[in-house]
Design a protein around this ligand. Sequence first.
Ligand code: TMP
Length: 208
Amino acid sequence: MRNFITFEGCDGVGKTYQTRALKEYCQQLGLDVVFTREPGGSDIAEQIRKIILDANNSAMDDMCEAFLYAAARIQHLKDIVKPALSAGKVVFCDRFVHSSYVYQGLGRGLGLDNIVALNDIAVGDYMPEFTVFLDLSPEQAFMRKGGADKTDRLESVDFSFHSKVYQGYKSLIQANPDKFEVIDASGTREQTQALIRQALVRRGVLPC
Ligand code: TMP
């Protein structure tokens, strides 16, 4: 879907900082863009986010989790993404279907095909024009973050999970390189931000 751009990467890679910095830059330029995130992004979807990420819900079935992500996605698309795209705005979304593919399909082992099928039902044609992938290994990402946040149910899972997630992203990129802008996120925050902006200029999303 034209003008729909998503951000992906492993936990702790600095997506939150980078999307915030990009938002400020777009505001300085006076661009009419929307920044949003998943899971969440709208009232109902944020309520679903709380259930998914609640550390007390460790008994949650993996497939239940996958459906909750998809459910939150349907609502978020309806409330935020579709109206903004219809109004001609550029939408930047922090995480989208690729997170489900790699975290649920590969990390949790539910099967990529199953999670792709589930999300095809959830999103229909609303696939991103392209995805900015912040490339940093889970080892580097966790070092940078100073270790996992134990109050977050997903961040307290074992490390091999995150390696599967990272390798999953790499396979998706290899299978469809034109749909990704791979950004080396191993430098300083400022360097990473500069690389993101350059990629968005190349793609014609930001002015030169
Ligand atoms: P965040 O920390 O980027 O806000 O994402 C919250 C967590 O949710 C993160 O560990 C990745 C995970 N996640 C999935 O497992 N599947 C999904 O579909 C999405 C959107 C996020």
